[in-house]
Design a protein around this ligand. Structure first.
Ligand code: ADP
Ligand code: MG
Length: 342
């Protein structure tokens, strides 16, 4: 492992390959600087990934870890309907993690995703840590003034949509942790196992879709699915003072869930309470559906209408309830991920 300053120089060289409009000063000074533009608002988000809490080095290939460190924060900017621009990366490195190939791979994954979305790394910090790696990932972006898509904008009558499918990442985590018996009744293909693991370790944030949806202004409220669909829809409901009823039959449960569960009710509950799907979940006027589907098509994403926003008084089972196959509305009490485990 090189010295701290040589290590920073190496990062700086990799970052220099990126060019960014509006950047005045990137890595190498006491602070970075960029030009502000009128008519825009800045967005900033940060995510902390801690070894053995948020990931394990035994199973996370360093290239995918670098990718994920950036992906989780890009997903937050996408969920605001914004365009990501700059990033900062703070590393707290344990003394035993000195392998140069580890960091080569980590930054290959990080910069590959950054290049894909036109994001420039403009700074960060490095410290050592007694024994665990911690990664703090900041992304800065922008949106047109007043057009950030917030959690508190959902309106009664809005349709609820989700991109992609949900549950695969949670399946991948269970497979990695080895705590779950695979479902023997279902013929499990190696391909499905691998895609579940990949969805967990190398999630693809819906950057283009979120950005373009934000520009169009069709979403009244949006969030990325990081703590589980049920819990994240609950966040929209709490912030907006509304409720939601989702349709059991409509929720796009990932095919990978069949690797561990064959019962449809259990698969549904698992998928909506899983986490780290990094899909976009939003409320929009259903009159926009044709345009929304066309946008999803252009971004090569699946988009599914999964339910409706209702008034709190209309549904006392809230915040989020499910419309079952037999037309009953039942409360959805499943919980998503909680770092404090309460
Ligand atoms: P300071 O002592 O002012 O914190 P540093 O020596 O830590 O300065 O950092 C020097 C430059 O390198 C700064 O521009 C900083 O943003 C950048 N830098 C430090 N660590 C990282 C990192 N992990 N990733 C990207 N840039 C970094
Ligand atoms: Mg520093």
């Amino acid at each position: 492992m090189p010295s701290e300053f040589d290590f920073i120089k190496q990062i700086q060289q990799k970052a220099a390959a990126q060019s960014a409009a509006d950047l005045v000063l990137g890595i190498g000074d006491d602070a970075a600087a960029w030009r502000e533009q009128t008519g825009r608002e800045s967005l900033i988000t940060v995510d902390l990934l801690v070894e053995d809490v948020d990931f394990k080095l035994e199973y996370a290939p360093p290239r995918w870890l670098g990718h994920k460190a950036l992906a989780v924060s890009l997903s937050d900017i996408a969920a605001m309907g914004g365009t990501p621009k700059f990033s900062l990366l703070t590393l707290s490195i344990p003394r035993n993690l000195k392998s140069e190939t580890f960091w080569e791979e980590f930054f290959a994954g990080y910069f590959e995703l950054a290049a894909k979305h036109g994001v420039a790394l403009i700074g960060g910090d490095i410290s050592s840590s007694p024994d665990r790696l911690a990664i703090d990932s900041v992304v800065i972006g922008h949106c047109q003034a007043g057009k950030a898509v917030r959690r508190d904008g959902a309106k009664v009558g809005d349709a609820v949509y989700v991109t992609g499918s949900i549950g695969a990442s949670a399946v991948g985590l269970k497979l990695l942790l080895g705590g779950e018996q695979e479902n023997q009744e279902i013929v499990s293909t190696e391909e499905l196992r691998q895609s579940a693991i990949r969805d967990h370790l190398k999630p693809e944030p819906r950057v283009e879709f979120g950005q373009r949806l934000g520009e169009l202004g069709f979403a009244n409220s949006m969030i990325d699915v990081s703590d589980g669909l049920a819990q994240d829809l609950g966040h929209i409901c709490d912030a907006s003072g509304v409720g939601a009823v989702i349709d059991f039959d409509a929720v796009p449960v990932a095919e990978e869930v069949s690797l561990i569960l064959s019962n449809a009710d259990e698969a549904f509950e698992f998928a909506v309470s899983g986490g780290e799907d990094f899909e976009l979940l939003f409320a929009a006027d259903q009159s926009r559906e044709t345009e929304l589907m066309a946008l999803a098509d252009e971004c090569r994403l699946r988009l599914t209408r999964i339910g409706q926003i209702v008034s709190v008084s209309q549904n006392s089972l809230l915040p989020v309830a499910v419309l079952t196959l037999i037309g009953e509305v039942k409360p959805l009490s499943v919980r998503g991920y909680d770092h404090f485990g309460v």
